[in-house]
Write a protein that binds this ligand. Structure first.
Ligand code: ATP
Ligand code: MG
Length: 391
C-alpha cells in the first residue's frame, strides 16, 4: 500500500500523529523533513507515491493550501490533509481539494479519523479505478445540503422522510446532523426523550440494538435520531461518532435521510463519504446557485462523484423560475426539481405537522412525492400506504 507522508510538521505534531494512528497506519507513516518550498521539493515528495499527504502546522496556512491545490491538480489520487493554524476555512480548503482539515490542537481521535478517511479514499481508488457506488449497508443514505442557511433543508428532509416511510414503514430513519440548532424534532412535532448526545454519552460499545433505544418514533412509522437539545452538547459529538451511527443505521434501515447544518462542516463531509445520494438545495437567488455550483465543482475534485446527485431549487416561482434555470445552467447545473413557494409550508412547520401529511394536495407536497419517487423508484405510486395523520 502507498505510504502516508507527513510533511512540514513540528516535532510535537509529528509525535501526536504517530501516537494517534493505529498499528497498520503507523507502518505506512513517513516523516518528510525536506523543505517543500525549495525547488523540486513538492515533486520529490510526490515521487514517494503517497496515498495521503499531511501538510503539517510548520507550514503557513495559505502556503499549505497552495501545495494542496498543486497536489490536487497534478496528482488527484493523493488524499491531502492540511493542518491549519488559524482555524479552518472550509470553503478555501475544499476548493483546494483537501480531504480533511486539522488544527495543531486536534485530539488524537480526530487526527486518526482524518488520516483514515483520506487513506480509505486513496486505497479504494487503488483497488478499483472504476469506483463502485458507496454502499455502507443495504440502505440508501441521502444527505440534504445547501451552502446557505434557511434554504429549506429541514422542511424538505422531514417531508421526504415521512413520504418514504409510507413506502417502507419502519424502514426509514432521519438523522438530524444540525448538531447545534437542529429542528427536525420540532418540524415533526416530537418531544424526544433521547438525542444523539445520549448516544455518545452512553458507555460501552455501540451496536444497532443500543442505538435503536435512542431513536424517537414518529406516528408516520418513521424513526428519528434527534439533534441534542443544547448547542453545547452538539459540540461534544465527534465526526467518528456520526460516521459510526450512520453506518449502523444504514445496515439496518432501507433509507437513512440526513438533514445537515448550512454549509459543509466536517461532520457533513464525513457523512457525504457514506452517502449514496446527495440532494443539493438552493434558494431562488443568484448567490445561492453560484455558491452551490462551486461546492459541486469541489466535490468533483475531491472524487466525491459516486453518489447520485439531485439538484433542487426551492421557492421557485414562475416569475423568476426561468431566469434561475439560466443562472444554474451557466453554472453548469441542471435543475432536477423546482419546488414552489407556499404559505402553508411555514404554517405546517410551526404546527409540527409535516406538509405531506397535513396538506396532501399542496403543490409543494406534489413535488416532495416526485423526490420520493426519485429515491425509491416509480413503483412508489402503487406501494405507498395511505398517510395517517390526526390533528
Ligand atoms: N417552498 C417553501 N415555501 C414557503 N416557505 C418555505 C419553503 N421552503 C422553506 N420555507 C420556509 O423557509 C424557512 C426555512 O426553512 P428550513 O428551516 O427548512 O431551512 P433550513 O435550510 O433547514 O435552514 P437552516 O439552515 O437554518 O437549518 C422556514 O420558515 C420554512 O417554513
Ligand atoms: Mg434546518
Amino acid at each position: 500500500m502507498r505510504p502516508i507522508v507527513l510533511a512540514g510538521s513540528t516535532d510535537a505534531f509529528a509525535r501526536k500523529v504517530y501516537e494517534a494512528v493505529g498499528d497498520d497506519m503507523r507502518d505506512r507513516l513517513r516523516l518528510w523533513n525536506r523543505h517543500l518550498a525549495e525547488p523540486g521539493g513538492l515533486e520529490a515528495l510526490l515521487e514517494t507515491q503517497p496515498a495521503v499527504a499531511i501538510l503539517g502546522p510548520g507550514l503557513v496556512d495559505a502556503v499549505s493550501l497552495r501545495f494542496a491545490q498543486q497536489i490536487d491538480t497534478e496528482r488527484a489520487e493523493v488524499g491531502v490533509v492540511v493542518v491549519q493554524n488559524a482555524g479552518a476555512n472550509v470553503d478555501a480548503a475544499l476548493a483546494a481539494g483537501v480531504r480533511a482539515i486539522l488544527s495543531p490542537d486536534s485530539d488524537s481521535d480526530s487526527i486518526k479519523a482524518a488520516i483514515e478517511r483520506a487513506a480509505a479514499a486513496a486505497d479504494r481508488s487503488d483497488r478499483d479505478t472504476q469506483i463502485p457506488k458507496p454502499s455502507v449497508g443495504r440502505a440508501k443514505v441521502t444527505t440534504v445540503l445547501s451552502p446557505k442557511g434557511g434554504a429549506g433543508k429541514t422542511v424538505l428532509s422531514t417531508n421526504l422522510a415521512v413520504g418514504l416511510a409510507s413506502v417502507a414503514p419502519r424502514g426509514v430513519v432521519i438523522v438530524d446532523l444540525d448538531l447545534q440548532f437542529g429542528d427536525v424534532a420540532y418540524a415533526l412535532g416530537l418531544k424526544p426523550r433521547h438525542t444523539m448526545y445520549d448516544v455518545v454519552a452512553a458507555t460501552g460499545s455501540l451496536d444497532i440494538t443500543t442505538l435503536k433505544v435512542f431513536l424517537t418514533h414518529h406516528s408516520s412509522d418513521l424513526y428519528v435520531m434527534c439533534a441534542p437539545d443544547e448547542p453545547a452538547r452538539g459540540e461534544l459529538i465527534e465526526v467518528e461518532a456520526v460516521q459510526q451511527i450512520i453506518t449502523l443505521l444504514a445496515a439496518d434501515f432501507d433509507h437513512v435521510i440526513v438533514d445537515t447544518a448550512a454549509g459543509l462542516s466536517e461532520h457533513t463531509l464525513a457523512t457525504l463519504d457514506l452517502s449514496t445520494d446527495v440532494i443539493f438545495l438552493a434558494d431562488m437567488d443568484v448567490p445561492s446557485v453560484r455558491h452551490l455550483s462551486k461546492v459541486i465543482k469541489a466535490f468533483d475534485r475531491l472524487g466525491m462523484g459516486n453518489a447520485d446527485r439531485h439538484f433542487i431549487l426551492n421557492r421557485a416561482d414562475a416569475r423568476v423560475g426561468l431566469s434561475m434555470m439560466k443562472v444554474a445552467a451557466q453554472a453548469g447545473l441542471a435543475v432536477d426539481i423546482q419546488v414552489p413557494v407556499s404559505k402553508q409550508v411555514p404554517v405546517a412547520l410551526n404546527a409540527g405537522s409535516p406538509l405531506i401529511l397535513s396538506h396532501p394536495k399542496n403543490p409543494v407536497t406534489r413535488k416532495i412525492w416526485e423526490i420520493v419517487e426519485r429515491l425509491a423508484g416509480p413503483q412508489v405510486r402503487e406501494t405507498r400506504q395511505p398517510l395517517k395523520w390526526s390533528a
